[in-house]
Every structure is written in structure tokens, then in C-alpha cells.
Design a protein around this ligand. Sequence first.
Ligand code: CP
Length: 360
Amino acid sequence: MRKKMAVQQKGAGNRKPKNFIWTRKDLLGIRELTPEEILCILDLAATHKRRWFLKDRAGVAHFSEKAAALLFYEPSTRTRLSFALAAQRLGAKVIQLAQGESSMQKGESLEDTVRILDALGVDWIILRTSDRGVLAPLAPQVRASLVNGGDGIGEHPTQALLDLMTIAEQGKPWGKLRVTLIGDILHSRVARSLVAGLKSLGVQVTLCGPRAFLTPEVVEELRVPAVSDIQQGLREADVIYVLRVQRERHSGTRYPSASQYAREYGLTEARIQRWARPGAVILHPGPVHRGVELDSPVVEGPHSAIWRQVENGLYVRMAVLSLLAGVPRTLRRASGTSRAPRGRQRAGKKLYNRRESRPT
Ligand code: CP
């Protein structure tokens, strides 16, 4: 088991930060993170994974006094359940509120809902919403850590982090990796977060898809090369990242039918064998439309790391919750930036270390 884990973690510590101090209260997006912050999360996630496999619970933070609130105003399976499980594995309590059962039904605003949770003393608020950009103005208003669980077509930072962890486990240095994202780039918060994370770590990124999903605006926004030819997209890629076709966000888009999309961009075993590199890894954030973006044999085949992505989501979310909780409440400002004041960072580090070494 030890040997297997050592192989799985190879590369996860690429440019591992030395003496790095975590000071950020909130996780709103990948774009705001430095490479050191990204690597710090990946490193702690790998540690959580290794400890879980080795049944080594002694060094894991234990937050029995803390509570996480999950506000999911869009459907979710992976993100919601893995955040809940991550909080529970850290010893914290979890409360959940769906939009349809909250007082938002009676006209209460999202801002007031978040402030109510803060007043109740919740430590983390994980929010999924269809509205891009709503978290940034909320974060300075609360002492709780606000975590973006996906905001419309904006960002999905913990998805990108678990993707980066899965890619790192291949063991190739970031600077030598080539990643192609295929599919519905236009409507994808996952693409926005992942491209930002990959670029930050020096990875070569290419976008691939039909022109309806690769508009000049989105290519300009992401600032990486884009191709429409799938053979060209697959040929050089070490990692093939397949995106879900997001039909629920397609009002007004010139979208090809699902069958046309499958014909032109769907990945079959034959296409993988013909056009992809032998060692290429296939990722997908889920949910997968089998037979549209990916055929079932590809999902279950030797190139796929899709189930490992789901597994890594748990450890990434444990890492994120632990790091955010390590910034003491005394350093959390009720207004201003989502980072603790610079002069007080050392105290945050000490508290974080103390919690990490507290036996469960
Ligand atoms: N990838 C992802 O966000 O999946 P869920 O919508 O199931 O959480």
C-alpha cells in the first residue's frame, strides 16, 4: 500500500512551497490564488489522501467545534456530497439548506441568508448558485469562510483543484504538460477555473470544440490557443479534459444537436486509439453524458481517471476546509479583503499548525 501511494503522489509536490503561510479566509476562485497557494492546497490534499490510505488519523485536524453550511441553489451530486463528507471527516458538523426550503422563498435575499448563517456562528459557507460573481461582495461581510461551489459560468475552484491533483498524480512536471480541454468551453465554469490553474502552474493549454462553444469572446477571456479540429486537439495532449455539454445554459447559443456533437467531438475508443498519445489521460468533471461527450468504454477504459477525480475531490475539499479554518477568527475582518492582514500572518500559521497536529 505504501508503495502504491508513493507512486500516486509522485509529482503532487511539484514546486512544493517552503515555509508557506496560508492567510486567505475565503476561496472564491482560482484566478485569485497564487501558484504557491494552489500548491499548498494540493500538497495538503495529498497528505490527507496518504493518511487516509494508511489509516493514520493522528495528524489530521479535528474541528468538532466547527460547522459547515451547504447552500446549493443548483443541482449537485459530487461537490455537495464530498464537501459534506470532507467536513464530517474533519470532525465538523454539517447543515444543508436548499433554496426551495429556505426563507428566500419568502423574499429574503441571498446576502441576508449568508449573514444569518454567519450570525449563527457557522465557520464555512459553501455556496453554489447560478449567478456569476455573487460571492465576491458577500465575502467581506461575513467572518465565516465563503467557498465557491460553482457560480453560474464563473468559477468552480475546488473542481479545478481536484483536477490539478489528479493531473499531478501522473508524475510529470507542470512545465512539461500539455492539456487540451474539449467541448462546451463557453458555458463552463470548470474550464474557466481549470485554465486559470493550469496557466498559473506553467502548463501548455489548448481549447478544442465547435465554433458555437469557442466564441472569440471566450477565447479572448481565457487567452490560450483554440482549435476546432479534434485530431489536432488530441494529437499532442498528455491530458484530454472533456467537458459536459451544458444544455441547461444554452438559451441563445448556436448549439449543434447532441447527435451532431457526438459525431464530431464525441470520444470513442477508436478515436482515442487513432489520435491520442498512448499514455494520454482522460478527465471529465461529471456528470458525463455517455454516448455524447464520451462513450462508456472510454469512461471505464485504461485512459480514464474520472473515478479518481471524484475520489480526489474529497481530499481537496478536506484540505481547503482545513486551510481556511486555520485563519483565526480574530484576524477575520468584517469588511475589506478576503485575506488576513499581512502583519498577523504568523499567528495564523501557528494556529493552523497546532490544529493540524492535534490528535483526533
Ligand atoms: N463536477 C461537479 O460539479 O459535479 P456536481 O454538479 O455533481 O457537483
